[in-house]
Design a protein around this ligand. Structure first.
Ligand code: MG
Length: 370
């Protein structure tokens, strides 16, 4: 049993090595809220990686901060917890806002794992010491620049490459990379930028032997995704659509996809992740662990979750150097080149240490509640 004694919110902004270009804009740094939950002289860490604009999900850093400080933190402070699963009971009155909830909930899981002196992955019987990973290439201005990016990542040892696609930037980039690398594990992510009128285009993608097409249609288009999937040989993967276990139930029932990209923040934390993992395992739905450009805190949590047995496809968890010259945690993560994996931390809890000097260096705001 532990009592939540105090909770700190550290707003940080960490510069990226290279900017990331998405369908919705360009990001130069990773801004997030790091949540520190304290009990018995120990500190558990979680991360809210919501973006600053409501383009990827409706949550933003501003809404997450509002929900954390006005509702979630007051409901948890001073409470006695017997297991990390207890956290969600205190959050049931708050509708939605999974990223705000997940940041706090993951920090409590870290605390419990530290108290038991075991790595986080052992709290839920993870089965891997090294996790297969891939890398995402951001939208490029032209094909030569895209090819140069992919060449660089393949040379680094990444065996699964994900290309971002938007209308007008689909067929040609895929063709270029597939011709150059006929056997590469290649997939594309559309971030909801297409609709069913693009069906002929998606049919043209079938011969390219893509590992999957991720989130082609709008977030709540479960039915439309099922219509598209029925027309294609290439597996569809839902990402943004999956915000809860019940979304997964819907996707399974409607056959909206064959693969789920699980992001722990977007589904509200580790307890919901475990529920989704079980649902997918029972339904024969493949899964992999996605990323939100997290700092070392969120990336460590992703690595632990990707040790779960049904996470059979490479995750979007790249080496630290893909994102930051200087991360907020030590040690940094490195790619094991021979098999495109990252080694899961073995120290108690999330297994990485937040560096106080960097926390101060990158911090833009700080709040403490006790
Ligand atoms: Mg995605």
């Amino acid at each position: 049993m532990l009592k939540i004694e105090s909770i700190e919110l550290h707003h940080v902004s960490i510069p990226f090595v290279n900017s990331f270009k998405f369908a919705s804009g360009t990001k130069l740094d990773h801004s997030c809220i790091l949540v520190a939950v304290k009990s018995n002289g120990l500190t558990g860490w979680g991360e809210c990686p919501a973006f600053e604009e409501p383009y990827y999900t409706y949550e933003t850093l501003t809404t997450a901060n509002y929900i954390l400080t006005n509702f979630l933190i007051p409901s948890l402070l001073g409470k006695n917890l017997y297991s990390p699963q207890d956290v969600m009971r205190y959050f049931t009155k708050v509708r939605g806002h999974p990223m705000a909830k997940a940041a706090l909930e993951c920090a409590v899981w870290d605390l419990f794992a530290q108290i038991q002196r075991i790595p986080l992955s052992q709290m839920f019987s993870g089965v891997r010491e090294r996790v297969p990973v891939g890398v995402t290439v951001s939208l490029e201005k032209d094909i030569p620049r895209l090819v140069a990016q992919v060449d660089q990542f393949v040379a680094q040892g990444y065996k699964r490459i994900k290309l971002k696609i938007i209308p007008g930037w689909e067929l040609k980039p895929i063709q270029a990379i597939r011709e150059r690398y006929p056997n590469l594990m290649l997939m594309v992510d559309a971030n909801s930028s297409f609709n069913l009128h693009h069906l002929p285009l998606f049919k043209e993608l079938d011969p390219f032997n893509l590992l999957m097409i991720e989130q082609p249609l709008t977030v709540d288009d479960f039915y439309e995704h099922s219509l598209l999937q029925a027309e294609l040989k290439t597996p569809l993967c839902l990402d943004e659509s999956i915000e809860s276990p019940s979304d997964v139930v819907t996707a399974i029932a409607l056959k909206s996809c064959q693969i789920i990209n699980l992001k722990v923040s977007r589904v509200g934390g580790i307890t919901n992740t475990l529920a989704i993992h079980q649902l997918c395992e029972q339904a024969g739905m493949k899964m992999w662990c996605g990323g939100m450009l997290e700092s070392g805190v969120g990336r460590a949590i992703n690595l632990h979750l990707a040790t779960l047995p049904n996470f059979t496809l490479p995750g979007d968890i790249s080496a630290t150097e893909r994102y930051f010259a200087e991360d907020i945690t030590e040690p940094h993560f490195y790619l094991n080149q021979q098999n495109s994996t990252i080694t899961v931390p073995t120290l108690p809890g999330i297994g990485v240490q937040v560096q106080k000097d960097r926390l101060h260096k990158f911090r833009t705001n700080y709040q403490c509640y006790s």
